[in-house]
Every structure is written in C-alpha cells, then in structure tokens.
Ligand binder design. Structure first.
Ligand SMILES: Cc1cc2nc3c(=O)[nH]c(=O)nc-3n(C[C@H](O)[C@H](O)[C@H](O)COP(=O)(O)OP(=O)(O)OC[C@H]3O[C@@H](n4cnc5c(N)ncnc54)[C@H](O)[C@@H]3O)c2cc1C
Length: 454
C-alpha cells in the first residue's frame, strides 16, 4: 500500500515551520501526500520568535499566529522537549523517515577576542536576551547594578539590548515578560547606555524602523555626536545602493543636529570607536578602552592610534549569534554552519549526505529576519522533493507514524505536542489576564511541561 513521504524536521523555529509549510504546499504531486514531524528541544515551538525577539515587539511575536496555520494541519505533528541527538539520534531519525531537515538555528554568542572579555560584568547579548525572554535554561536573576553600560555592536540585537536596558521596568510590564524578569528590571540602575560601532553611520546594520523606535520611549534620550557623522566615497555608494542604509544614516544625522532633551535615561550611539579592551579592577568591569577609527575611502575604517577610556560598569557584546555543532553532521568551523548545496548537506567528500537537509540560520549563518527563512526553506524543500522524485532518498525501516511515538515513549522522553502548546498558550494567557496583560510567560521547564500536559 502506498504511504506518505515521511519527513522529520529538527528545530521548530520559523525556518523549520516554514519548511513544513513549503512541504505541504509543494508536495501536491506526492501520492498519498506528506507526513511531517517536528522535533524541538524546548517544550514550546517557535524558536527565537519566543526566545529572541524582544518582548516589546508584540507585532513580531504575533508571527506565531500565522505559524499556527501550519502546525494546525493534520499532516504535521510536534514533538517538543525532544533533543537531537540526546533523545533521538540521526540513525533513529533515518529509521523512521525518508528525509531529515535540520533547522536548529543559533543560540549562543559569537566570541569577541579582546582583553578583559572574561571579566565579571562582561556579558554576551544572547545570554541577556535569553534571560529577559524567559528561557528555561538560563539563571533566573540578572545583575543590573551598573549605572553606565556599554553595548558593542551596531545590529538590531544591539538595539534590542540597549533599549531593554534603557527602558524602565514599568514600561516593559505590559509585555509578556515573566515576573522574575520584571523584578530584575526594577532593580536596573542603568542611567546611561553607550552603543559602540567600529565603523560609521552608513555601515550600521540597524533596520530603519528598529532604530527610529528607540526614540519613541518617553524615558530614553537618544544622543548622537555630530563628530560621528562622516562618509567617504564607499559610504556614499552604500547609501546610494541601499535604501535601508540611507534611511538609517538620515535618522542618525537628524539626531546629531537636534538639541538634547531631558528624558531620564541617555542612550548614546557612538561611531568610529573600535572596542580595544575591557578595563577591569579586582576582576570586575570598570570601563572600556576604544580606539578612534577613520574611513579609508572604501567604506572600511583604519585605526588612528587615538585611544579613549570610558568609565562603565558593564559591557554587553552583541557581535552576532553562533550555532551549536550538530553531532554526526559535517561542520564548517569558520562560518559555524552545516556545509550545504541548496540545502542538501554536503560531506567532506563533496557528496550529498543522503536524505539529509538544512535550512534557516544553521544553514545560512545567524543573519537575517524571520521572513528571510521562508525563501531558504522553499529552496531546501524544492531540492528534497527533487531527490524524492529522482528516487535518491533512502528507505526507512519503520515509516509508520506510530513508530516514533512508541520509540520516544519507550525511552521515557516526556514530549510535548501541538495540542500541548494550545494548553500552555491558554495557561500563559490566563496568567496574563490576572494582571490585565495579554500573556505572562512560564519560565520553568517543569511548569511548561505540566501546563502542556506532557
Ligand atoms: C535577539 C534576536 C532578536 C531578533 N529579533 C527579530 C525581529 O524583531 N524581527 C525579525 O524578523 N527577526 C528577528 N530576529 C531574527 C530571527 O529570530 C531569525 O531570523 C530566525 O529566528 C531564524 O530562524 P531559525 O528557525 O533558523 O532559528 P531559531 O529561531 O533559532 O529556531 C531553531 C529551533 O531549533 C531548536 N533546536 C536547536 N537545537 C536543537 C536540537 N539539538 N534538538 C532539537 N531542537 C533544537 C531551538 O530550540 C529552536 O526552537 C532576531 C534574532 C535575535 C537573535
């Protein structure tokens, strides 16, 4: 009897869910259709939409509602709280599925190799983001004693971190932040947040909308030094060729020429300051040394040899995320991704690792917005279906849908399901309703499992 094409997707973030969507939409010619199981190490799906996107961005968090439509489909199942390879290995997956797509994203901070990076008070943005977004696997408290804080990096994550540090706890209370985060933010002493970029306004990687949003808080005075507005030929070419870069530069120019107001928290955006060393005393951060840079004509910068010390009590590096290496898959150390060709995992020999695919940040590296993972998933799925049509997928030993449930049950894995997400969702909304808020997140893994009925 013909059976559906069975596909496992490891990682239920946007890339994994878009891959499921693409499979459902593209596999119309496959008889009798496809059957997709998503494996996710967290008890809840949605990846960085839940544990990365800032809580004061409800519109972006709302993408979850659109993704519901994919997981609502009867051909799609979710197995949450299941870790690859701890709970299910590549061999296990191969025994149940015709093909496996890995979409495990990125969770950690990329390293920054400067003196003082290991001092107490030097933090990775990813850790702080995980804390304020209520990730179960990070500590429940966060030290927020510094009055002056540095954020290194000029991308959207740097803006998120700077904004959350500069807003008041009360401003963030209407969001979904859990009680421990609200308590922690109430103790935040930050009065000045200094964001540092090595290059100039034309090279900043901010999205124009995210940048402008900084100025919407009644508590944040955004300050740009007119001395930091500078362009060379390379910068002018960038602005001409990239509308977003031009909009960002225009906003920064406007902020540089206006009078400084009296909102209580100051957020400085510094350019042409290259972090050279984090300064410490008794093992603790006391400052940051930067080297002034200047444009070299091409849009790049060179050091001027002029150093400046900034008195600061904490330094957050927002210099990029990094993916975890996936056991049993090839790995490119330099890019921190799984090598691929059009989403097909490529072994060192140059051969396609049969029936194995990647999509999202684990494929492309940790850059780009949620929407970008959609096109990526479409390409990966198109190649998977091409391999299926060409008879190049392997034959699983136990393709029946029940086999994997029995396997996880025998292993004692307390997995959550899509129905379980609806229960957790309702429980978080009920928790929020008690305080007139839309949602309050559960943080403890055990609480999430209980509310999901795992
Ligand atoms: C701090 C931050 C803020 C952002 N804000 C925005 C924003 O406002 N707007 C926007 O459009 N984009 C934003 N982005 C970008 C967006 O989050 C990414 O483009 C997108 O999440 C990448 O999708 P992904 O599915 O590849 O990875 P992820 O979202 O990381 O999803 C990967 C999933 O795989 C799971 N997983 C990992 N390892 C395993 C394993 N071994 N076994 C099982 N499961 C595993 C993870 O738990 C996770 O659920 C932000 C990113 C960050 C870091």
């Amino acid at each position: 009897m013909p059976r559906p094409l069975r596909v496992a997707i490891v990682g239920a973030g946007p890339a994994g869910i878009y891959a499921a969507d693409a499979l459902l939409k593209s596999a119309v010619a496959v008889e009798p259709g496809v059957s997709i199981d998503l494996f996710e190490r967290m008890p809840a799906p949605f990846g960085l939409i839940r544990y990365g996107v800032a809580p004061d961005h409800p519109r972006i968090k709302g993408i979850i509602t659109a993704l519901h439509q994919v997981l609502d489909k009867p051909q799609v199942r979710l197995f949450g709280n299941v870790d690859y390879p701890g709970d299910i290995s590549l061999d296990d997956l191969r025994s149940f599925y015709d093909a496996v797509i890995f979409s495990t994203g990125a969770t950690a901070d990329r390293a920054l190799d400067i003196k003082g990076i290991d001092l107490d008070g030097s933090y990775g943005a990813a850790d702080f983001v995980s804390w304020y977004d209520g990730h179960p696997d990070v500590p429940r408290t966060w030290p927020l004693e510094a009055e002056k804080v540095a954020v290194l990096g000029v991308g959207n994550v740097a803006l998120d971190v700077a904004r959350i540090l500069a807003k008041t706890a009360e401003e963030l209370l209407p969001t979904e932040i859990p009680p421990n985060v609200h308590e922690g933010l109430k103790a935040n002493k930050a009065l000045e947040v200094h964001v540092f970029g090595r290059r100039g306004p034309a090279q900043a990687k901010f999205s124009p909308m995210e940048l402008r949003e900084l100025d919407h808080s009644p508590n944040i005075e955004v300050i740009v030094d007119p001395e930091d507005i500078d362009y060379d030929e390379g910068s002018i070419a960038t602005r001409r060729g990239n509308k977003q870069a031009d909009m960002v530069a225009k906003t920064l120019e406007n902020w540089a020429i206006r009078d400084i107001g009296d909102r209580p928290h100051k957020l400085f955006l510094h350019f042409f300051e290259n972090p050279a060393e984090i300064l410490g005393e008794d093992g603790k951060v006391v400052g940051l040394r930067t080297e002034r840079t200047e444009l070299d004509g091409t849009g790049n910068v060179k050091g001027t040899g002029k150093f400046k010390d900034w008195e600061l009590g904490a330094v957050y590096r927002a210099v990029g995320y990094l993916s975890d290496e996936l056991p049993k898959l090839p790995w490119d150390v330099a890019s921190g991704t799984v090598p691929d060709a059009g989403g097909r995992v490529i072994e060192e020999s140059g051969e396609h690792l049969q029936s194995t695919y990647v999509t999202g940040w684990i494929r492309r590296g940790p850059v780009g917005l949620i929407g970008h993972t959609k096109g990526d998933a479409n390409e990966t799925v198109a190649n998977l279906l091409e391999d299926f049509a060409g008879g190049r997928l392997h034959e699983p030993a136990a393709p029946e849908a029940e086999a994997v449930e029995a396997f996880l049950g025998e292993r004692g894995v307390r997995f959550t399901t899509w129905e379980g997400w609806y229960k957790l969702d309702a429980a978080e909304k009920a928790l929020g309703a008690l305080e007139g808020r839309e949602r309050v997140k559960y943080v403890e893994r055990e609480d999430m499992l209980r509310e999901s009925g795992a």
